[in-house]
Design a protein around this ligand. Sequence first.
Ligand code: NAD
Length: 478
Amino acid sequence: MVTRHQNFIEGRFIESKGSDFIPVLNPATGDALSEIPDTDAAQVGEAVQAAKNAQRAWEKRPAIERAGYLRQIAARLRENVPELAKAIVEEQGKVMGLAEVEVNFTADYLDYMAEWARRIEGEIVTSDRPGETIFLFRQAIGVVGGILPWNFPFFLIARKLAPALVTGNTIVLKPSEETPNNAALFMKLLAETDMPAGVVNMVFGRGATTGAALCEDPAVGLLSFTGSVGTGSRIMAAAAKNITKVNLELGGKAPAIVMDDADIDLAVNAITASRIINSGQVCNCAERVYVHAGIEDEFVSKLSKKMAESRYGDPMADRTVDYGPMINKAGLDKVAGMVDRAKASGATIVTGGSVADLGKGNYYEPTVLTGCSQDSEIMQSEVFGPVIPVNTVTSLDEAIERANDSDYGLTSSIYTRDIGNAMRACSEIKFGETYINRENFEAMQGYHAGVRKSGIGGADGKHGLYEYTQTHMVYLQN
Ligand code: NAD
């Protein structure tokens, strides 16, 4: 009998009122790990009501006090890194080292957001009237609905919870149905702190049931979502009914420009690392390469060698593998279909190009394709796997034009020794982030935000924190 997770509402773990249960599988073995309820709208409503009931008193506490609870959670996470990392590896398939980094980074993130308690600022502006003071201050929005994907399932809890709580909001979280175990552990540790009941709530279930109910609840003031563009669009449509504010962190198709004056080895190492981390299932990692014709042969030869050396397998059975399985069979089939169609439309597979048969699990070979045309599916749609399509350019202008020719606009990168070229690329590439001569991975003090279909609003740093506040202007006539 596998563990059946309970929802966490008003400080208590309670039986679900969902109509059925969803199995949670280990993507490396297919073994059943647990099951979650498909929580119905009525119980989602109870969770939102609990968050609403707790919100006023929570916001009245000084921010520094609220921050203290975040620090308590961070400490509990640090005391339990091995158990938490194991849960992430088993249900999500990333390698142990990365799962440990995810847990520690999550704890650091909670501490970082706690530091903002003494830094939430307003403004005073001059008035046209004698004796009047005009000022702007920041208030909590109220109840936040946080809807999470599966690829960094643990960290993304904190990315929503920490800024929401320190600014005085309460929250209802809905983890991905693929990865609820680590989320349940997060709640177990949170329940062991002094966190007041109702401030943090968690409901499990499918997107179409539990997620949709959260989006449609009029008591939710902000829907903070990380996931795919298609779901983001559905969430925005649901939010439109109640004019609910949205914060959407969606997919990416990050271009990596490699100029003819680049440090080729650096570019190869960074792009490979960026592409195999988490089996390529990362929103911000290099999804398409534009290499200058002058270095194409050397670059492609080194890149395909480096990718081919990447080792994959069950990360619980072999701790030395570079990457693990894709999250599920549908994810694997998506990657395989896109590579097959690229090949059929004229791309050349330099290395990889097939599903890897390890007896069980969802594995794809590290793959490099050349001759990928700009308008092809593999250069335009998110692959979300260990696959690098390469396109050749003859100038920086051409590279910038092709980089911008995308529905997505999350992250981008350029490899060059010419600072002038790098800065020109930064000013002309219309993306939320650009990395120069390094792999794509954001800092918690930055601002992670996409343009075009990659999202609305952003996360991290001061700008991300303020997304969880609403401004309030006051006109005081003395
Ligand atoms: P997904 O959109 O399939 O699911 C994400 C969450 O939305 C899940 O919890 C799901 O149950 C829920 N959901 C689905 N339908 C819903 C609905 N109608 N209403 C409410 N909730 C609903 O995404 P995924 O496959 O879990 O994650 C992968 C995607 O996330 C990729 O596209 C990736 O690029 C993106 N991502 C983006 C960022 C970022 O910071 N921009 C970070 C991580 C992942």
